[in-house]
Design a protein around this ligand. Structure first.
Ligand SMILES: [Zn+2]
Length: 401
């Protein structure tokens, strides 16, 4: 008690000194104890002194400060080397009527090839492959991934029919499986109505068939870790969670936790070392590259696609550069949502060392991006060489060696 009192007395002295000068500049300082946070609506203007702004603060959607930093800018409308997009949702373009408009977008951006990860299977796969093959300018620039029906797993005859369909789809031209969507682990049910776990052994025949047919499995597991956290004002993705109710997986939703899903995913990857897995969105570990590196070290059959996590790569340019150089054989370019005007942000992050530039989605990130400036050899691997190495029947003639 004696010690506690004298600490408080010392703190009071410091606060008196602090608030005297705060008052001297016309401010209204409010003292807090060491280790305490400023109350809502106030900010710490000097150690242990909080103050409310004189004007009502803007909300985070209205605060759009002008960037006054003057530094060289290098916009990159077109990638330096041709790119394979490993995460392309462009199935709707693959008709005789629309396919040429896709080609024009690809040419403008230097996208050499789209790997269409729309789970196209059966007769639809055959007609899409036919539409691509019938278009001389596109027949070597689009390849299709097939889907596997996971809902109802474990039912009578389910495994045989899924594997048979997979074999037929690969024979019809599919070069991979996916995108296996985020519902796998979160909502997909077994035949008995229970939640299908990602590492459920009932699925083994699919992963074994993928290894036998030598096709990669492109799998999206979970969501950004913050989507599983409480939606409070310390959540980095507060705005996105407030905008989109279908992205909320946090406490009280009855969903598995982020940690559970990652454990199930890693169990799957480890139990099938002969199957090539590509984790979409860098496995949602782009903000924790040490963890992704550990996965790469422990699981040589695992690769990572970088779609929709540019905000995490571009906010750690030095660490990301080291990581991309160290794991240059394991990372694949992918974009996910097909918005042609967004690709140049990726080129700029990977190819320049520009400072402090805008990202394209305010609700993903409230910070700016920095260029990672990858060496050409690494850029080529990330842009196309890795995709070519792990994916069958990808024509290579139009790509640099
Ligand atoms: Zn996707």
């Amino acid at each position: 008690m004696q010690i506690h009192c004298s600490v408080a007395a010392l703190a009071a002295l410091v606060i008196i000194a602090g608030s005297a000068s705060a008052q001297g500049r016309g401010g209204r300082g409010t003292a807090i104890q060491p280790g305490e946070q400023c109350p809502p609506g106030t900010t710490e203007i000097r150690p242990r002194t909080c103050m409310a702004p004189e004007f009502a603060p803007p909300s985070i959607v209205d605060y759009r400060p002008r960037n006054t930093l003057k530094v060289p800018e290098h916009k990159v409308p077109k990638a330096k080397f041709p790119v394979i997009d490993y995460h392309a949702h462009v199935g709707g373009f693959l008709t005789p009527q629309r396919i040429d408009s896709l080609r024009m977008h690809m040419d403008a951006l230097n996208l050499g090839m789209m790997l269409v990860t729309d789970n196209i299977s059966g007769d639809r796969l055959k007609s899409v492959v036919a539409a691509v093959q019938a278009t001389p300018t596109m027949k070597d620039r689009v390849r299709i991934f097939t889907g596997v029906r996971l809902q109802g797993a474990g039912g009578a005859g389910w495994a045989e029919s899924v594997v048979k369909q997979l074999e037929e789809d690969v024979a019809a031209g599919a070069v991979g499986i996916g995108e296996i969507g985020k519902g796998f682990g979160l909502s997909t049910q077994k035949a008995d109505g229970s939640l299908l776990k990602i590492d459920d052994p009932v699925l083994d025949p699919i992963w074994e068939a993928a290894a036998r047919l030598k096709v990669p499995v492109f799998i999206h597991t979970a969501e950004p870790e913050e989507f599983f956290a409480p939606i409070d004002f310390n959540n980095e993705r507060w705005l996105e969670l407030a905008l989109f109710n279908d992205r909320r997986n946090g406490p009280g939703t009855g969903r598995p936790t982020f940690a559970d899903l990652m454990t199930q995913r890693d169990n799957l990857f480890k139990r099938h070392p002969k199957t090539t897995f590509v984790a979409a969105h860098m496995g949602w570990h782009a903000q924790d590259l040490g963890r992704l590196g550990k996965m790469f070290d422990e699981m040589p059959n695992v690769y990572a696609e970088l779609g929709a996590v540019l905000y995490d790569i571009g906010r750690q340019p030095r660490a990301a550069r080291d990581f991309f150089i160290k794991y240059q054989d394991r990372i694949l370019f992918g974009k996910d949502s097909f918005q042609p005007e967004e690709y140049p942000y990726y080129w700029r992050v990977f190819e320049t060392q520009d400072d402090y530039f805008d990202y394209y989605r305010d609700y993903h990130a409230f910070w700016k991006l920095y260029g990672v400036n990858l060496p050409d050899d690494v850029l080529k691997k990330v842009y196309y060489k890795n995709a070519m190495r792990i994916t069958p029947n990808v024509p290579s003639a139009s790509f640099p060696r």
